[in-house]
Write a protein that binds this ligand. Structure first.
Ligand code: ADP
Length: 283
């Protein structure tokens, strides 16, 4: 049958430089070529899958956002319209539509953020954690004021990382620390960091909230895992899975230590500056 062969011609010269003859070397590279072709096909399939995933994210983020916004906006208008003489039952149903729509909006945002993480090329730079923590505090000002929370940011080091991803991670942890607190207690949240034995950084977000039972401390990092119903504490169950993915992308790890009823300490361990990868792609 057909074979692929690589042929090399090597001239054999006299000592004055004239060519006296030629050595022909023939090498059967058939198996190698076949492997290359198989690899090429696989790369093509992977590219196709990545494109499909991109389209899927596009549909989720754009095409779904539109109808959800329409439902929320018009249900909200109806609920506020004083000219409409809605019965108490109808008003109650409308409230369900409005709050369901709001929840759907939050879930969609979180889902899109989670899916987009896989396409995020991680840009490693030296990141000042003090700045990130200050920005997160500013962003969460309204939640802090609403819950009467206090946020204590201790002096933090610089680390090797992707600033935008680390900010998302810290924002999720601090938002949770404020949220998962009993109603009759003002949340006290502390962000600090220590150096680990191998020269890495352990960033901690400590709270005085409801805490987590020991049997759930691993599960909560799985996608859509929530320990409470949405009436008690609203949320999508995606925040901590996003945090774990971000920790992985940094070659680090995240876990929680907790005392149920007394509080939790979420800890992100990042490798030492020199061992971090300068560019790590998520794909
Ligand atoms: P969400 O906050 O949207 O519910 P997360 O993935 O951020 O989703 O968290 C998953 C679950 O882990 C939460 O529903 C909650 O039960 C638990 N959890 C997260 N952070 C804390 C915390 N600081 N204190 C107590 N429980 C927490």
């Amino acid at each position: 049958g057909r074979r692929t062969v690589e042929v090399t011609y090597l001239p054999v010269r006299e000592h004055d430089g004239r060519v006296r003859g030629v050595v022909v070397r023939s090498h059967d590279i058939h198996a190698l070529r076949q492997r290359e072709e198989r690899l090429q096909t696989m790369v093509g399939e992977l590219e196709h899958k990545a494109l499909e995933q991109q389209r899927f994210i596009h549909i989720v983020s754009h095409d779904l956002r539109e109808p959800i916004n329409t439902i929320c906006n018009f249900a909200g208008l109806l609920a506020e319209d004083e000219l409409i003489q809605a019965s108490p039952t109808a008003t109650r149903y409308l409230d369900f539509v409005v709050s369901g729509g709001q929840r759907m909006k939050v879930l969609l945002e979180d889902l899109v953020n989670f899916l987009q993480l896989d396409r995020h090329a991680v840009a490693m730079t030296e990141v000042d954690l003090n700045r990130i923590a200050r920005d997160v505090g500013d962003d969460l000002q309204s939640a802090i004021a609403r819950k009467g929370a206090s946020l204590d940011i201790r002096p933090l080091p610089s680390v090797q990382g992707d600033a935008s991803l680390l900010r998302i991670l810290l924002q999720n942890l601090v938002a949770n620390a404020i949220k998962f607190c009993p109603r009759d207690r003002a949340p006290v949240v502390t962000i600090d960091a220590i150096q680990t034995d191998d020269g890495g950084t352990r960033l901690r977000v400590k709270d005085n909230g409801i805490g987590i039972p020991p049997e759930h401390t691993e599960r909560i990092f799985e996608i859509f895992t929530r320990l409470h119903n949405k009436q008690e504490f609203p949320g999508s169950g995606l925040g901590l899975s996003i945090c774990r993915r971000i920790a992985d992308l940094h070659g680090g790890r995240i876990h929680v230590r907790s005392q149920p009823g007394e509080g939790s300490s979420f800890e992100l361990e990042l490798p030492a500056l020199t061992t971090a990868h300068p560019h790590r792609s998520a794909t």
